[in-house]
Design a protein around this ligand. Structure first.
Ligand code: ADP
Ligand code: MG
Length: 889
């Protein structure tokens, strides 16, 4: 995605005498903007040359032409887009992750001596846009800096300049993985990676960034900067430079280079300050399908966000998305949101009234950013005025006497400064013109000097109409009329048949096909007055408009604040509405180690399946049941159940009510899930290797306040390795991490081992066996199961009958003869096969404990490095195979 120009010496520069000045000018600009695609204004087009032209032609599907040959007969490739459509093309380039510099003609070609002066007037990158057409939708558009420290955790800074929100902090874990995790909930569209000075001279963008942020523009950021002052909004309450200071500075410098006008208006928003957020890494966000479906090609895939979205404004939608990706880990903040949701819910039908008032409030924060960036159109300011007025009204009707503090402070934040509303009302007409050049930007009476020029122009225009009538009557030519064109200005037009009657004081100006055009002294005099009035009007209105916008600048932070409050109220109302409609309860969140869910439902599936969804309980606690191990056949509901738990925790800590009858959650500070392990298979890594890396990462990062959800641990490999690893993982979570965890496994062999753990429980899903097959009841019951009903699932999947029959026959044989088949199939002695399985499978104690079991039992995994563990594993497997072949170990 990143666009790096290769150092190249274009042909037209190899021979100075043949270099065309225009291309030299272009090259000079390119040299100053490395890594940018330079769009170079030439007349009515933005052009690119050389390699960039080929690239532009390819990416935008525009024609590749060539600029005239130089002395050697070389022709330079050239491709361009028309100026009037540049925004559309910019949108497409930005979406593809390019960084574009627009180089404009900064003097009028008419007055230029030689080459027109050109300068870069605008830099457009995916993370620094404010235009609606360039932003993907209402969701946040984050630009991030990730700064790797020489040692220990790195720091990051993130900004959405389209709303003015800035966040920063230090990563939880060390290294680039920690940074990737910290940035994941922001889903940045553009990331500058600032390596630590120790990374040498040619640092690379870390692979984890490419993996976790596909579609984001990635760039090696500048080295840590000392220089520029941080904007006042970042210096915050304490005035102390925070831990993320270096990242802040790099980010500020980048914003200054791309959107200099917007930098002063960014502000730290404390609602997600570090340490108060539930850590969700990129994989957990993906596996739980919080805001994006697992399958990125499925734009309609249901996510938690789509299932939970009852917002009515762009700001609300944005806030909801942000809250769900950034649940809180701060009890007070969670309870404050819950109180607000409850208070709103108590109003019953009245919340519909509030939502109606919200509807139609435009995206205030983004209009403010466009205002600050001078990319605002006059009608947007009228929308701002009307939206702010609505917000003010809503702030009034929001509050009832007993309201909790959060609603009170929101009502306050939602009230725009009265002076701002007054300014917008008195200045803007009801419906301003579509563009700034159209005139009529101000309400009559707002600016007397402008009104005067408008009156002058109007009077002169009236006079001209009178003149037309007079001349028509005097000459008797009924078709005589006054017209206007760019070259000749105003003229009388007389069609050919009436030419003889043309008055003597008319002077001929132009001949056209069927008519002659004339002027007269009187007409010229009126024209002069009209043009003069228009010129004054144009320059004075433009100057006044700029002054007006500059005055409004001071209120940009206030508008940002109102916009955020609107988004928050909308989100809280959405929570209240969903709670009501989807039979949710207010979860108790406290500091206990409990995780109790009664009658819990999967927020997304529950909605899709309705009555058919089977609710289930979850009961984890520190003492008797930290760990829950799920066994049972495919399709019985294990993955759904685990996701349901994860999603309920996310919702609860985002402040929402949850789909259940009763929920109590001891605050979770980190949620780690691995589901399916399908992510990277096909990218060259074996699935087992991927799984092991991921499990290793979780074991490293989880602590006793974490919730770990592992689906099908050890799946990616053959029975023995997988089983051993699954067991070791469970053991570690149980004994060392001591966190709450739910694990699903198809190794029913594990159940025996799990029984030995003091704080682990087992459960499986009930299955009803009928003559025509089995029915999954999706109802959780205690204890383990060793039935897998694989053949049944295969039938559901539509395998051919002969295959099913053969599978059925084999299964029966297996069930009656034990596991001898595996031994026989490999041509080994039947007895050995039986022994192998007995080690871990039999519910009776084996006659003599296998040496492998003894080894496993005595293994001190806490003091093994991953390498040693792997070596041990290989050794155990070798022994196992020897036993299988009938050789004594
Ligand atoms: P497993 O992980 O055990 O293979 P899944 O969780 O993938 O099973 O569930 C398989 C299917 O069963 C789901 O797609 C869903 O349609 C259905 N299902 C799962 N849990 C429930 C439930 N609690 N109520 C109703 N249907 C369910
Ligand atoms: Mg599953």
């Amino acid at each position: 995605m990143d666009y790096i120009t290769t150092a190249r010496r274009p042909l037209w520069m190899t021979d100075a005498s043949s270099a065309t000045p225009l291309l030299e000018q272009y090259e000079a600009v390119k040299a100053r903007y490395p890594g940018h695609l330079v769009l170079f204004r030439v007349g009515d087009f933005y052009e690119t040359f050389g390699e960039d032209a080929k690239l532009l032609s390819r990416e935008l599907d525009v024609v590749l032409t060539a600029r005239s040959a130089d002395a050697r007969g070389e022709r330079t490739p050239m491709a361009g887009v028309p100026q009037h459509a540049v925004e559309t093309y910019l949108g497409r380039l930005v979406k593809k992750g390019y960084k574009v510099a627009l180089c404009d003609q900064v003097e009028d070609a008419k007055f230029a001596k030689g080459l027109v002066r050109r300068e870069v007037t605008r830099v457009v990158t995916p993370g620094t846009v404010v235009e609606d057409g360039l932003l993907g939708g209402p969701e946040h558009n984050f630009l991030a800096v990730a700064h790797a420290a020489a040692q220990g955790p790195g720091t990051y800074a993130v900004v959405d300049i389209s709303t003015g929100e800035w966040y920063h902090g230090s990563a939880e874990g060390s290294g680039v993985d920690g940074l990737a995790t910290a940035l994941a909930p922001f889903a940045p569209r553009e990331i500058l990676y600032a390596p630590s000075p120790h990374e040498g001279r040619s640092p690379e963008i870390p692979a984890v960034f490419r993996r976790e942020f596909p579609g984001a523009r990635l760039e090696i950021g500048p080295p840590p900067l000392e220089g520029p002052e941080l904007p006042s909004g970042l210096r915050g309450g304490t005035g102390e430079p925070g831990p993320a200071n270096i990242a802040d500075r790099i980010l500020a410098a980048y914003v200054r280079a791309t959107q200099p006008r917007l930098l002063p208006f960014v502000a730290l928003v404390d609602r997600a300050s570090e340490g108060r957020r539930l850590v969700l890494d990129a994989k957990t966000l993906r596996h739980l399908e919080i805001s994006r479906p697992m399958n990125p090609d499925d734009p309609h895939g249901a996510t938690l966000l789509t299932a939970w979205d009852e917002t009515v404004t762009a700001a609300g939608r944005r806030t909801l998305g942000f809250w769900l990706r950034n649940p809180l880990a701060d009890l007070d903040a969670i309870v404050a949101r819950q109180d607000a949701v409850e208070a709103l819910g108590r109003r019953g039908a009245a919340i519909e009234e509030l939502r109606r008032e919200l509807t139609g409030i435009p995206d205030l924060a983004r209009i403010a950013s466009r205002l600050a960036g001078r990319r605002v159109r006059p009608p947007e300011l009228a929308a701002l005025r009307d939206g702010l007025a609505r917000a003010a009204g809503l702030a009034d009707s929001l509050l009832v006497p007993s309201d909790p503090p959060l609603l009170r402070s929101l009502a306050q934040s939602m009230t725009p400064p009265p002076r701002l509303l007054e300014r917008l009302r008195s200045a803007l007409p009801d419906e301003p013109p579509a563009t700034e050049s159209a005139g009529g930007l101000f309400r009559p009476g707002h600016a007397p000097e402008i009104d005067r020029w408008i009156a002058t122009e109007r009077a002169a225009t009236d006079e001209m109409a009178a003149l037309e009538r007079t001349e028509r009557e005097a000459s008797g030519i009924r078709t005589l009329k006054i017209g206007y064109n760019q070259v000749f200005g105003y003229y009388f037009e007389i069609s050919r048949p009436h030419l003889e009657k043309a008055p003597v004081h008319f002077r001929r100006r132009q001949t056209v096909a069927q008519a002659e055009r004339f002027t007269s002294e009187a007409l010229e005099e009126i024209e002069r007055r009209i043009l003069e009035a228009r010129e004054h009007l144009r320059t004075e209105e433009a100057a006044l408009w700029e002054r007006f916008l500059t005055e409004l600048d001071a209120d940009v932070p206030a508008i940002h604040r109102v916009g955020r409050a609107v988004g928050t109220v909308d989100t809280l109302l959405s929570f209240a509405r969903v709670a009501e409609r989807r039979r949710c309860v207010r979860p108790t969140v406290d500091r206990s180690p409990a995780l109790t869910i009664r009658g819990g439902r999967h927020p997304v599936l529950d909605r899709l399946l309705g009555e058919r969804f089977v609710p289930n309980d979850t009961e984890l606690d520190a003492e008797s049941a930290r760990l829950l191990v799920l066994t049972g056949p495919n399709m019985s509901g294990k993955s759904t159940y685990m996701r349901q738990i994860g999603l309920i925790v996310v919702l609860a800590q985002a402040g929402s009510f949850v789909p259940a009858q009763f929920v109590r959650i001891g605050l979770v500070t980190g949620l780690f899930t691995r589901m399916g392990f399908t992510d990277e298979i096909g990218r060259g890594k074996s699935s087992f290797m991927v799984e092991m890396t991921e499990v290793a990462e979780i074991l490293r990062r989880a602590d006793d306040r974490s919730l770990v959800l592992l689906d099908e641990v050890g799946r990616g490999t053959s029975t023995f390795d997988g089983l051993a690893v699954a067991w070791a993982t469970i053991r570690h979570l149980h004994d060392v991490t001591r966190c709450r965890a739910v694990l699903a496994t198809h190794y029913h062999q594990l159940t025996q081992l799990v029984q030995e753990l003091s704080s682990a429980r087992q459960a499986h899903f009930a299955v009803q066996e009928r003559s025509e097959g089995i029915v999954f009841l999706h109802h959780l019951v205690p204890g383990s199961t060793d039935r897998s009903y694989g053949v049944h699932v295969a039938r559901l999947a539509g395998l051919p009958k002969d295959v099913l029959d053969e599978a059925d026959r084999l299964l029966r044989q297996l069930e009656t003869e034990g596991v001898e088949l595996s031994g026989r199939a490999r041509g080994a002695a039947p007895r050995a096969g039986k022994y192998t399985q007995a080690i871990l499978l039999s519910t009776e104690a084996p006659a003599a404990p296998s040496p492998i079991v003894q080894e496993l039992r005595d293994l001190d995994i806490d003091h093994l490095t991953p390498m040693q563990a792997l070596a041990k594993l290989a050794e155990l497997r070798r022994q196992a195979r020897e036993i299988e072949r009938g050789e004594p170990p």
